[in-house]
Design a protein around this ligand. Structure first.
Ligand code: GRF
Length: 214
């Protein structure tokens, strides 16, 4: 099935670009039906044709609920199979999340449940971790707390700073997100009634990037 993807992004959009490149290369059976941003100047928006772009400034709405409702209406109009957060830096409110139950993915630059929120790379360094990584998870109303579907790991190396470590994590974020999306596209991974299933079996522990290859 060709997945219809609505991508939410606030920044540079390298994960979005990886998705677009995989679609072009024929390695991901998907179609980006819209790119949505809370920042009209987000570089991510420039990666797709103007007709696919939607952006509004939250400060132009009277409250957060109003912005979320406008975003949800615009996303729903595209009839996506999945909403893919890729560097979307606003917390999605409960009304938004409940409108698309088990249909929202996020990629977070840590091995969840470690380091929810911001500054994950510095926090991993400060903790003296020897490995770090990224997680793809379902989005619910709590920050970075939905079910983790897949993770990929990188080593923390002597002399790393947050910037160097972030760059290393980013190199595994792109293939990790693509693997999860392709597993969804080919129907091996399914979300049903609050339960993730891989090949018909409940997913209790996150898939690793390596096992996603098998
Ligand atoms: C990535 O590190 C992602 O994990 C985090 O925000 C960053 C987005 O990067 N949520 P990009 O905009 O996809 O390049």
């Amino acid at each position: 099935m060709t997945l219809r993807l609505a991508v939410l992004a606030s920044g540079r959009g390298s994960n979005l670009q990886a998705i677009l490149d995989a679609i072009s290369a024929g390695t991901l059976d998907a179609h980006v039906v819209g790119v949505f941003s809370d920042r009209p100047d987000a570089a991510a928006l420039q990666r797709v044709t103007e007709s696919l772009r939607w952006s509004r400034r939250p400060k132009d709405f009277t409250d957060r609920t109003g912005f979320d409702a406008a975003l949800a209406d615009a996303v729903a109009a595209c009839q996506p199979d999945w909403i893919v957060c890729a560097g979307y830096m606003r917390i999605l409110g409960g009304a938004f999340v409940n409108r698309f139950p088990e249909r929202i993915l996020n990629i977070h630059p840590s091995l969840l449940p470690k380091y929810k929120g911001l500054h994950t790379h510095q926090r991993a360094l400060d903790a003296g971790d020897t490995e770090h990584g990224a997680s793809v998870h379902l989005v619910n109303a709590a920050l970075d707390a939905g079910q983790v579907l897949a993770q990929a790991r990188v080593p923390v190396l002597p002399g790393d700073n947050a910037e160097v470590l972030a760059a290393r994590v980013l190199t595994i974020e792109h293939p990790l997100y693509l693997h999860v999306l392709q597993l969804l596209a080919i129907g091996r991974l399914r979300a049903q009634a609050g339960q993730l299933q891989m090949d018909g079996h409940p997913v209790y522990t996150p898939l690793s990037l390596e096992s996603a290859h098998s």
